[in-house]
Design a binder for this molecule. Structure first.
Ligand code: F6P
Length: 348
């Protein structure tokens, strides 16, 4: 859909959980915009900054040296403009006050959902997909996923030696919310013996049978990777840390690893330990893959706006960067490809 007035000044924001690679995307936006003689205004803490008018001009100097840094120099929040009083109106007032013509929103399904609403009011908006969960529709990969998977792989590699020395079962809980991408890819990369994902409710008897089979063949240790959103077949709900939900209605998942470790130890009479990788998966420097992906997305987002596209998200399809309507992207989340899950079962 072409945006009518020419774009001169772009706001960029990062919303939702941070991931390594966000700074690479911000840098790419500023660099590409500079080439096109466009100005970039940074928005602090996601949608909160646009609602509260908390912005900062982003010069080329301001983004110098941020490429390898984790997190986001702009800060982030889980502020939901649709839940704030006159949220969209206040955002539009901030945009008008700073003569901002367009917004680049870097985020996961929540941030992109708000971007779609803003775009519906006539503001030119382009989204960039980021989340370690890798569950955004319309793109093969999101920024932050590869770094998270590498962190899980390294943790599983490290756990192998201690599991082996103590002849223990190690249960590793990984993030990913309702999607098993991180568990499946991290488990495959680390050579986990059992991988449990939210998309396929598990049977504890089956899990123990698999682990017993390994022991019967002389393999006295095992590694189980479990996604925080995975649950046993008979469970009424996922395991959550408390009863609170965020502004987008998400529970704080966590605890399935500890539950599983207790159950496995009880049923198998084999020493079992649980490790939860938590926010470590979102920290540190981005991998080369995430830096390149974020750079390509940042450049493509500026190009899309300059070419008059709005209400779209830049996406990776195969090896190409394309644009996908935000209406399509926000139809729901993208569950794990079950072929990848099937692959993990080959290595039980
Ligand atoms: O969506 C990204 C994610 O890391 C999920 O995998 C996880 O459930 C959640 O964010 C944790 O959120 P917070 O950073 O608010 O604790």
């Amino acid at each position: 859909m072409p945006a009518t007035p020419p774009i001169r000044r772009i706001a960029v924001l990062t919303g939702g959980g941070d991931v390594p690679g966000l700074n690479a995307a911000i840098r790419a936006v500023v660099r590409r915009a500079g080439e096109r003689s466009l100005e970039v205004i940074g928005v602090r803490d996601g949608w909160r900054g646009l609602i509260a008018d908390d912005t900062v001009p982003l010069s080329r100097d301001a983004i110098s040296g941020i490429l390898p840094k984790g997190g986001t120099v702009l800060g982030t929040s889980r502020t939901n403009p649709m839940k704030e009083a006159s949220g969209l109106d206040r955002i539009k007032a901030t945009l008008a006050r700073h003569r901002i013509d367009a917004v680049i929103a870097i985020g996961g399904d929540d941030t992109l959902g708000a971007a779609r609403h803003l775009s519906g009011t006539g503001v030119p908006v382009v989204g960039i997909p980021k989340t370690m969960d890798n569950d955004v529709r319309g793109t093969d990969v999101t920024i932050g996923f590869d770094t998270a998977v590498n962190t899980v792989m390294e943790a599983v590699d490290r756990l192998h030696s201690t599991a082996d020395s103590h002849h223990r079962i190690m249960v590793v809980e990984v993030m990913g919310r309702d999607a098993g991408w991180v568990a499946a890819a991290g488990g495959l990369a680390g050579g986990a013996d059992v991988v449990l994902v939210p998309e396929v409710p598990f049977d504890l008897d089956e899990v123990c049978a698999t682990l017993r089979k390994r022991r019967a063949t002389g393999r006295m240790f095992s590694i189980v990777v479990v996604a925080e959103g995975a649950a046993p077949k008979d469970a009424k709900a996922q395991v959550a840390q408390d009863t609170q939900v965020d502004a987008f209605g998400h529970a704080r998942l966590g605890g399935i690893g500890a539950f599983l470790a207790r159950e496995i130890e009880r049923r198998m009479e084999c020493e079992t330990r649980a490790t939860s990788l938590g926010h470590v998966q979102r920290g540190g420097a981005p991998t080369a893959f995430d830096r390149v992906l974020a750079t390509r997305f940042g450049v493509a987002a500026v190009d899309a706006l300059a070419q008059g596209h709005t209400g779209v998200m830049v996406a990776l399809r195969g090896t190409s960067i394309v644009t996908v309507p935000l209406d399509e992207v926000t139809q729901g989340t993208r569950p794990l490809d079950l072929n990848l899950y099937a692959l993990t079962r080959l290595f039980s």
